[in-house]
Design a protein around this ligand. Structure first.
Ligand code: C2E
Ligand code: CA
Ligand code: CA
Length: 767
């Protein structure tokens, strides 16, 4: 680094120039010394020129002195000012040096005087020391002064002409170099030191800024456990005005200050202190979460650093803790009812069951709203939700430390009783709940009737677990629904067996369908006018390898439940069409389709494919549908029926009279026939009202242009009455035979029932 003004940064240059204006007193002393030396020389030599020189040196010294005083008053220099003041300084310094040089030159050469020589050389040599000491800051000043002071002496000595003086004069010349070089060196050293200091200051400043803009509070502890660094966040949190107020305090003192500021509670101090010091001592990182008296959360972390300096940071984490709390709540509680959800209920109950006396009894109750789906379907989901909430609110009142209430999803609620004395108490509890829950609730102006079913199980705690209890309570609920809803059932061990056998039966049915082990039989349907077979109903049969023949009344609902009814329908359709082709033209076939078949458009394709595959004329196939199918989803079912009808297939409404039976929609549907359920026929021989009812239903259907089949005709007695009063188009029942194989039908197809003649006679006598 060169020592010219241009090579050093402006701020340092200004600083150097400013340093020239330090310590003016020395100049004052120097000025008087110079004056005095001049006077003394005048005294010894008697030459008046020394008076003038003494005055000039004094005046120049005083001029510099006052100039420096003025410069000092200005305060710190800007670069511009530094330039101006350096010039003034140069003028003063040059003047003084010039007069001193002149003094030496005169004493040596012009008016030689032995005392003057000594005095001048002494004054100048002394001054050269101050040139370095005072003026190193200005290279120009050093150069000018050195030349003007040293050169006249050297010149003077040489001009004396005597050999030793000339040698002395020459000897002084390098002195110029030495002085300028020394001043330069001082300047370089100082410059390096100042630069380093500046760099350090800048780093310190950045470090300070980083530290004080941190959102964490930070204190750094010395190995002795005293604060050596603290940031402003720490000062703020601990209510100190400035971070340096924390310095030198012990960790405990800092924590106590935190107590005073409400940051942590007094009882936590000892714990926090030991945890943090231990972590720092062992060189581990450690995090602590504390809750302040005002409900806010803080996290303290200890981090062991280098040189055994431990760093403790702290941060307010209330928002994070609250967010975590919210997330945990969302994961544990049902959003609609705010009751514990399935997972959380499971955990809560698991914990309760794991503790306490294992021989005590506990119980679980599963509640399910009856026909909740209808509320959802007819009034919409918001109303359904409202109803769930109303029930949840009532149920929540039973919750306590010992009773856990949960919503398991949908319309299902579950309650755990941690301790019940026995069945009697449980019965009383559930009866009370039923009383409280039933009745009407108001949801957005709709008065909704709440009706529920429940299943419950009681068990010794050590003999069971949550999952097993839920399964059993569910089985009991299933039974309650089976028994007609609006009631509750206690689990019995036979339910378990039934459940298992149901499960195995489902699996067996599945494989029976896959392996086409079902078969189809056909029951004759007879035309009343001819007493000959007009058609046959295809009925499905399943012969279970161990349990024997299983009624379709059992396995058809099972197939619907496990979703394989469509496969059965396809199978029966294909079989029925294939067999019917083999029968005489006059005999048709009827196939039962399930309500579930109408959930998909496939049903139409399926029928078309079965007809095509068998080559059966469509008018010889009839599809039987129940009212449930029509009610399920009116619009698409209607569309599929229309499509089936456009294929040329006929449609019959099955089991008429058993369901919701509204004749009003009959005429809006594309129906060809109504099959009146056998429950209408059972007592017509004893009960005249039944006969009248049957007659009216029949007349009505006919009026709507539909044919009528009467099912379940078992006796000739019944047939006679029907023929006389009702006169249906077709009859079906055990009187004409139960279902038989396809070949059986083929054989019977030409026969006329023997009682045809009798019937006609009876009808004639009645008519
Ligand atoms: P369903 O459609 O009403 O069929 C008539 C049922 O009444 C048959 O019972 C038949 O054996 C019985 N039955 C006929 N005449 C008489 C009688 O005079 N007295 C009495 N007590 N019963 C008589 P099955 O075969 O047990 O079928 C029961 C139900 O199973 C059927 O009732 C039908 O709903 C369903 N089902 C049968 N096969 C199929 C099928 O292939 N597909 C579908 N989806 N359902 C079927
Ligand atoms: Ca049927
Ligand atoms: Ca029927």
């Amino acid at each position: 680094m060169k020592n010219t003004k241009n090579s050093i940064p402006d701020d340092i240059y200004a600083g150097f120039i400013r340093s020239l204006f330090n310590d003016p007193a020395i100049l004052l002393i120097g000025a008087f010394c110079h004056g005095l030396m001049g006077l003394l020389t005048w005294y010894t030599s008697g030459e008046s020129i020394y008076i003038w020189l003494a005055s000039a040196m004094l005046a120049a010294g005083l001029y510099r002195y006052f100039g420096i005083l003025r410069g000092q008053k200005v305060g710190p220099f800007s670069v511009e000012m530094a330039r101006k003041w350096e010039l003034r300084y140069l003028i003063g310094g040059t003047l003084q040096a010039f007069f001193m040089g002149m003094f030496a030159f005169v004493a040596l050469v012009v008016k030689p005087d032995p005392f003057g020589e000594l005095a001048a050389v002494a004054v100048i040599m002394g001054s050269t020391v101050t040139i370095v000491g005072r003026n190193y800051g200005s290279a120009k000043m050093v150069a000018v002064q050195t030349f003007t002071v040293v050169l006249p002496i050297a010149l003077g000595l040489m001009l004396k002409g005597e050999y030793p003086y000339v040698a002395l004069g020459l000897f002084i010349v390098p002195f110029i170099y030495i002085i300028t070089r020394m001043a330069g060196h001082v300047r370089e050293v100082l410059f390096a030191a100042i630069s380093q200091e500046k760099i350090s200051a800048r780093i310190a400043e950045r470090f300070d800024r980083a530290l004080n803009t941190m959102s964490h509070g930070l204190v750094m502890l010395s190995p002795e456990g005293r604060v050596v660094v603290a940031n402003s966040e720490a000062a703020k949190a601990l209510q100190f005005q400035r971070p340096d107020r924390l310095l030198g305090r012990s960790l405990r003192a800092v924590l106590m200050r935190g107590v005073a500021g409400g940051l942590l509670s007094y009882k936590d101090v000892r714990y926090v202190e030991t945890q943090l010091t231990r972590a720092l001592g062992e060189g581990r990182d450690r995090k602590l979460q504390i809750r302040s008296n005002n409900g806010r959360y803080y996290e303290l972390s200890a981090r062991a650093g280098n040189d055994q300096l431990g760093v403790i940071t702290f941060e307010e984490i209330t928002a994070r803790v609250e967010a975590e709390e919210r997330i945990r709540h969302m994961a544990r509680f049902d959003s609609l009812t705010n009751l514990p959800n399935r997972g959380w209920f499971h955990e809560l109950v698991g914990e309760l069951m794991a503790s306490g006396d294992g021989s005590r009894h506990c119980a679980i109750v599963v509640f399910d709203l009856d026909d909740f789906k209808t509320v959802n379907d007819t009034l919409g989901h918001p109303i359904g939700d409202g109803m769930i909430c109303a029930v949840a609110e009532k149920l929540a009142r039973f919750a306590s430390d010992e009773v856990k209430v949960s919503r398991f999803g949908g319309d299902e609620f579950i309650i755990f009783f941690n301790r019940v004395s026995g069945e009697a108490e449980l019965t009383a509890l559930i009866d009370q709940m039923f009383l409280d829950l039933q009745g009407t609730v108001d949801v957005q102006g709709h008065a909704l009737k709440v009706q529920l079913s429940a299943g419950t199980v009681i068990s010794r705690v050590r003999e069971t677990d949550v999952d097993a209890m839920i399964v059993k309570a569910d089985l009991a609920l299933y039974r309650a629904k089976e028994l007609g809803k609006n009631r509750w059932c206690l689990f019995e061990s036979t339910m378990d067996a039934e459940f298992r056998s149901r499960q195995t039966m489902k699996a067996d049915l599945r494989s029976a369908v896959e392996q086409r082990q079902l078969r189809v039989v056909y029951q004759p349907i007879v035309a009343l006018s001819t007493m000959r077979i007009a058609s046959c109903e295809a009925l499905c049969r399943w012969d279970h390898p161990e349990l024997g023949a299983i009624s379709p009344g059992i396995f058809i609902p099972l197939a619907e439940e496990i979703g394989i009814i469509a496969d059965i329908s396809t199978f029966v359709l294909e079989q029925a069409c294939a067999e019917c082709v083999k029968w005489p033209e006059s005999v048709s076939v009827s196939v039962n389709l399930s309500a579930k078949d109408f959930h998909s458009r496939d049903v139409v394709e399926k029928v078309r494919a079965a007809l095509d595959q068998a080559g059966l004329a469509p008018h010889r196939l009839e599809i039987e549908v129940t009212e449930t199918a029509l009610l399920d989803d009116k619009s698409s079912t209607r569309a599929f029926l229309e499509e089936l009808k456009s294929l040329g297939v006929r449609i019959a409404l099955d089991d008429f009279g058993t369901g919701y039976s509204s004749l009003s929609y009959l005429h809006t549907l594309p129906l060809d026939k109504v099959k009146i359920d056998r429950s209408f026929v059972i007592d017509i021989t004893q009960n005249e009202r039944s006969l009248i009812l049957l007659t009216k239903v029949c007349e009505l259907s006919r009026g709507l242009g539909m044919l009528v089949t009467i099912e379940g005709v078992e006796t000739f007695e019944q047939l006679k009455l029907l023929a006389g009063a009702v006169d249906p188009d077709l009859v079906q029942g055990f009187l004409f035979g139960a279902a038989l194989t396809s070949t059986g039908i083929d054989t019977m197809s030409n026969m006329t029932w023997p009682f045809a003649g009798e019937l006609r006679a009876a009808a004639r006598s009645q008519g």
